[in-house]
Design a protein around this ligand. Structure first.
Ligand SMILES: Cc1ncc(COP(=O)(O)O)c(C=O)c1O
Length: 435
């Protein structure tokens, strides 16, 4: 121990000497900074910070960790890796999409700072749009069905967006929440252009007035502030900015993080943006990378991928009034082909059940300390299915879309699950045939 102590003392003395000579140098060279130990540590800190800081909230989105899910990897003999999208600032994979949608709209001149981005969504995309819009000087207006969990609209409103809760009707109805959101963007545009027209007529001496207002003034809807510069409908299902967010971001990150050593990718689809962007990018890098869909109950995508037929006539979207899915998972499953999904390159599909997703979420929590939402749990069911299909020794990547915290009132509520006969009972992974 003695030599260690001596060495320590020598190092400390040397460090003090270096410090003192540094201070002396700073004084004698008459620099602006006063010499003190705090100023030198401040300087060092600034340098360190430069290496590690990101430029604002938007820059903190993406570059999420890719983690080995130890329990599933050990159980299957394949490396099962999860992309931790729940670590994005807005709490989900949709942060990337929100940024891309807004940036493309600004670049194309369809949206201006001071404009309002509208979306019809009860889910993560609305939360992400509300999170990132202020960083671009924009606002956000969200239209959601009034049967969506109340905490969702509370979060969106707390983020500073406006929320309109409407009666749930079929997608073919003009007052479906998605169609209202599209209309609200048009109204914001009308408001902005009517203001411009108003301003150009301001010098007209005698404007015709009814009840003290010009015709233009009477048209102004009260929903948006007078200062709005226009509206833009985000349209996450059909807007290919969604696919591009994953083609340019998530896909390349996965490729880099695995050093190209990846055999398969699997994910469920809502809009299809994630599966499309990631599958296209990976298969362009290496056509041997297999990409799979995992589909929740009630969704038509599994049939489309495996049999080329999406649904029976009775199941077609628009024939039902509300959410046509017979599932408790959120954000995934759909009965129409979106522009985003059509970009996907898929080699095969698996079906997952609600019970499997619930069991998987509890298994991940117990074994890995991972507290994930319903779509992430379904994705992990998919990863195990792929591992079983390919056999041991492969590397399989999936997405951990959001955290379990977003799902406290349903997916992670024991009473809610009991109501649907979904109380978890598994000890291990026996629900997927693994002893
Ligand atoms: C929590 C969550 N997970 C997964 C998805 C599906 O991702 P994608 O829309 O890219 O198919 C969504 C879509 O809304 C979602 O909200």
């Amino acid at each position: 121990m003695a030599p260690v102590k001596i060495t320590g003392a020598v190092v400390a003395a040397a460090a003090t000497m270096v410090m003192l000579s540094y201070c002396f140098f700073r004084f004698s060279s008459d620099k602006l900074d006063s010499c003190s130990s705090s100023s030198s540590s401040k300087k060092k800190k600034t340098k360190k910070e430069k290496l590690s800081t990101r430029n604002g909230l938007v820059d903190a989105i993406g570059n999420t960790p890719l983690i080995r899910i130890n329990s599933l990897s050990d159980a299957t003999g394949s490396e099962i890796l999860g992309k931790c999208e729940f670590l994005n600032p807005g709490g989900s994979v949709k942060d990337r999409v929100a940024v891309k949608i807004i940036e493309e709209a600004l670049e194309s001149g369809k949206l201006f700072p001071g404009g309002i981005v509208t979306e019809g969504s009860a889910g993560s995309t609305a939360i992400s749009l509300a999170t990132v819009a202020p960083a671009y000087g924009c606002q956000c207006h969200v239209v959601i069905p009034d049967d969506a969990a109340i905490e969702k609209s509370q979060i969106i409103e707390a983020l500073g967006a406006t929320v309109e809760r409407v009666r749930p009707v079929s997608i073919t109805h003009k007052d479906h929440f998605v169609n209202i959101a599209r209309r609200r963007a048009d109204e914001a545009n009308d408001l902005a252009s009517s203001k411009t027209r108003l301003a150009s007529r301001i010098n007209v001496a005698h404007q015709e007035k009814t009840n003290g207002c010009t015709a233009e003034e009477q048209k102004v809807p009260s929903l948006f502030s007078e200062s709005v510069t226009g509206g833009f409908f985000a349209d996450q299902f059909e807007n290919l900015a969604n696919y591009r967010a994953h083609y340019e971001g998530t896909g390349p990150e996965i490729w880099q993080q695995t050093h190209g050593n990846i055999d398969a990718f699997v994910a469920a689809a809502g809009t299809g943006g994630t599966l499309a962007g990631v599958s296209r990018f990976l298969q362009e890098k290496n056509e041997k990378v297999k990409c799979f869909l995992i589909d929740p109950p009630g969704s038509g995508l599994f049939n489309k991928v495996t049999r080329g037929v999406m649904y029976t006539r009775e199941e077609a979207e628009g024939r039902r009034l509300k959410n046509p899915f017979d599932t408790i998972t959120e954000g995934i499953g759909i009965n129409r082909l979106t522009q985003n999904f059509l970009m996907a390159k898929i080699d095969g599909g698996f079906r997952g059940t609600d019970k499997e997703a619930v069991e998987m979420s509890r298994f991940l929590l117990k074994k890995d300390g991972l507290f994930v939402g319903s779509s992430s749990a379904m994705n992990c069911v998919g990863a195990v299915r792929v591992a079983q299909a390919l056999g041991p020794g492969h590397t399989i990547v999936t997405i951990l879309c959001d955290s379990g915290m977003r799902h406290l009132s349903k997916f992670h509520d024991p009473h809610y699950l009991a109501l649907y006969g979904l109380t978890p009972t598994a000890v291990g992974l026996e629900f997927l045939g693994i002893k």
